[in-house]
Design a binder for this molecule. Structure first.
Ligand code: NAP
Length: 410
């Protein structure tokens, strides 16, 4: 039996990467991660003990002098992310270009005749400027912290129609940061952020709030790997696997966040769901108690509700920037508007809706001062505003779990 072809992802430091999961879906070849110190790069390339290399930071430029041939797009961009070894010779390509093209096309946006702003001046920015020029943009402007066009003179570009973020600003673990406020660019028709962790950066959350079409970088990541696998395998692969792999990865990595009235069963159902899906489970109230070192009734009694809400927001900030968890929130989470982007950045928010009559009030400070019926009336509009999906629940946990599973599989 012929042994499998061998591909490596090379970089100096390779933290958790989606790439192995993507390449597993693209072809029957061996794909391994290989961390190389800069001093080992030349020998690794010279030994040619591989059929393909996927190249990441900081070697996208450094591999170029070691190649036998460079594709025209890669030469223009000055960076290579794919190296194929054919008959002992090394060929370099830049499939980030194809990935970005697929990302832009997925939104059905044309760049022709428009002013395009590209944030950042690194490798990804070169890819974006090359693509925007090829797509007929009227003007492509790089916004660079120390450049002629920078974040202090954005008023020169109020006519920009397309924004591409090619900086790492807002990327995990720096969630919540944005390179600029979109209000400075009132004519935007689309916002693209190359970042995919979190799924919705602060920039994309603002685009969503303003109703501007937007995309994160996950589809780009998958589409560049798809093109690289085509070059490696020497054949065309079906295009429809790009959105399929993207959607599957997005579903696996999103948090499932349960909101609803105190005592409605968020923790019980959340634990059962986490066990079923093999995911970690977090109870936001338990995290607050752990971080504060005291019980929630104690916090309410000694410091009041406002202090509790601040602790809650901080606990959610930490919990919700991670991915792939099931999280049960406190009943009043929805009363703080600031909590919405924290929950939404990586999560699908599910409102467990149940009639308030008969909900347990034991150990719940607010339920002791206001009846469940009053709380429900006050909060129902807020639960609806936060929710991606509403699941009417019953007292039958098994039934609730099955219906929740159906929602998640849709
Ligand atoms: P990079 O070279 O490290 O940085 C890009 C540029 O961002 C820098 O040259 C800098 O430009 C700007 N920048 C860096 N830190 C900044 C800060 N704190 N505030 C404002 N600007 C800052 O990275 P890259 O390789 O080009 O990648 C850029 C982003 O795209 C990363 O988040 C990367 O993960 C993502 N990416 C995604 C894909 C995908 O498939 N989705 C592919 C490639 C890259 P100035 O100094 O000129 O301001």
């Amino acid at each position: 039996m012929a042994s499998k072809k061998q591909a490596y992802l090379i970089g100096e430091h390779l933290s958790h990467s989606f790439s192995p999961a993507i390449h597993k879906e693209l072809g029957d070849y061996s794909y391994k991660l290989k961390e190389l110190p800069p001093t080992a790069l030349a020998d690794f390339l010279k030994d040619r003990q591989f059929d393909a290399l996927y190249v990441t930071i900081p070697y996208k430029q450094a591999v170029i002098p070691h190649l036998d041939a460079l594709d025209a797009v890669a030469a223009r961009i000055g960076a290579v992310n794919t190296v194929i070894c054919r008959d002992g010779k090394l060929f370099g390509y830049n499939t980030d270009y194809d990935g970005l093209a697929a990302m832009i096309d997925s939104l059905g946006v044309s760049l022709a005749g428009k002013k395009v702003l590209v944030l950042g001046s690194g490798g990804a920015s070169h890819t974006a400027t090359a693509l925007a020029a090829d797509r007929g943009a009227a003007d492509v402007v790089v916004i660079s912290r120390n450049g002629e066009n920078n974040y202090q003179n954005l008023e020169k570009h109020r006519d920009a129609k397309i924004l591409i973020n090619a900086t790492p600003v807002g990327m995990y673990p720096q969630n919540g940061k944005a390179p600029l406020a979109l209000s400075k660019l009132p004519q935007l028709e689309a916002v693209f952020d190359l970042i995919y962790n979190p799924a919705r950066t602060a920039l994309l959350l603002e685009a969503e709030a303003l109703g501007i079409p937007h995309r994160n970088g996950l589809l780009m990541l998958v589409a560049q790997a798809h093109r690289a696998a085509e070059l490696f395998l020497g054949k065309a692969l079906p295009k429809d696997i790009i959105p399929k792999i993207t959607n599957a990865l997005a579903a696996q990595t999103e948090n499932i966040i349960l909101i609803g009235m105190p005592g409605c069963g968020k923790t019980t159902l959340g634990k059962a769901l986490a066990a079923l899906l093999g995911r970690p489970f977090f109870d936001a109230d338990a995290e607050i108690e752990k971080q504060a070192g005291r019980s929630i009734p104690d916090i309410f009694k000694n410091e009041g509700e406002a202090a509790f809400r601040r602790l809650e927001t901080e606990a959610l900030r930490t919990l919700c920037r991670e991915s792939g968890s099931v999280i049960a929130t406190g009943g009043g989470t929805v009363t703080v508007a600031e909590n919405y982007p924290l929950l939404h950045q990586n999560g699908k928010i599910i409102f467990l809706d149940t009639p308030p009559a008969g909900l347990s009030v034991a150990g719940r400070p607010l339920s002791a001062t206001r009846s469940p019926e009053t709380l429900y009336r006050e909060r129902l509009p807020l639960y609806r505003r936060f929710a991606d999906v509403t699941l009417p629940i019953t007292r039958n946990i098994e039934d609730n779990l099955n219906r929740l599973k159906e929602i998640l599989l849709q």
